[in-house]
Design a protein around this ligand. Structure first.
Ligand code: ADP
Length: 189
């Protein structure tokens, strides 16, 4: 039985969300976006949302412990037992080691990371066009800085573990989807 457990890496604006949603639908597995979960928590003014708000507004990362707990709960839910796509997590090396240990603990191995590769100048144009609340020019450049410092090292992390697949994200959306479909094994759960 091959289960799809995919981690979508890539800078903000790489198209992770769009592609992750699409593949998740196709495979009938949950699309787990930590950014979306946090934005929802903020909207609902939950304890987590109140703690996370300032970080999101400023383009900073929410503290590891908060996000890790949220992901742990989510991966333990019944619908995550037949596979999942993680979008926006892990974003730091400590989060990656946390995930590795968590997956061992809950017997969910064989995860793979997909890096959507897109040049910086394309990212900025795309993010400005998207116009989300946390997409002002200032916040965007901070998020790219944080990405380079904290998240880009995950490319080597997964490559060292032979778990990395690189996909060119600088092509039309449908071509990216086609490339991903070719790589990802069908979900036989
Ligand atoms: P993007 O669409 O730019 O990739 P996301 O929707 O994934 O952004 O995340 C938006 C914001 O949520 C981030 O800028 C960060 O503040 C917070 N966030 C999301 N995932 C994480 C995470 N794994 N660790 C810390 N903060 C996170």
């Amino acid at each position: 039985m091959t289960l799809t457990r995919l981690i979508f890496l890539g800078p903000p604006g790489a198209g992770k969300g769009t592609q992750a949603k699409f593949i998740a639908q196709l495979q009938n597995i949950p699309h787990i976006s930590t950014g979306e979960m946090l934005r929802q928590a903020i909207e609902e003014k939950t304890a987590l949302g109140i703690q996370a708000q300032d970080y999101l507004d400023q383009g900073e990362l929410v503290p590891n412990e908060l996000v890790q707990e949220m992901v742990k709960e989510r991966l333990n839910k019944p619908d995550a037992q037949t596979g999942w796509i993680l979008d926006g997590f892990p974003r730091t090396i400590p989060q990656a080691t946390f995930l590795e240990e968590l997956l061992l603990e809950i017997s969910q191995g064989k995860e793979q990371a997909i890096n959507l590769d897109v040049p910086d100048e394309v990212l900025i144009t795309r993010l400005l066009a998207r116009g989300r609340k946390d997409d002002s020019r200032e916040v965007i450049s901070r998020r790219l800085e944080v990405y380079r410092a904290e998240t880009a090292p995950l490319i080597d992390y997964y490559s060292d573990r032979q778990k990395l697949i690189v996909v060119d994200g600088n092509q039309p959306e449908a071509s990216v989807t086609a490339a991903l479909n070719q790589i990802i094994a069908p979900n036989h759960s």
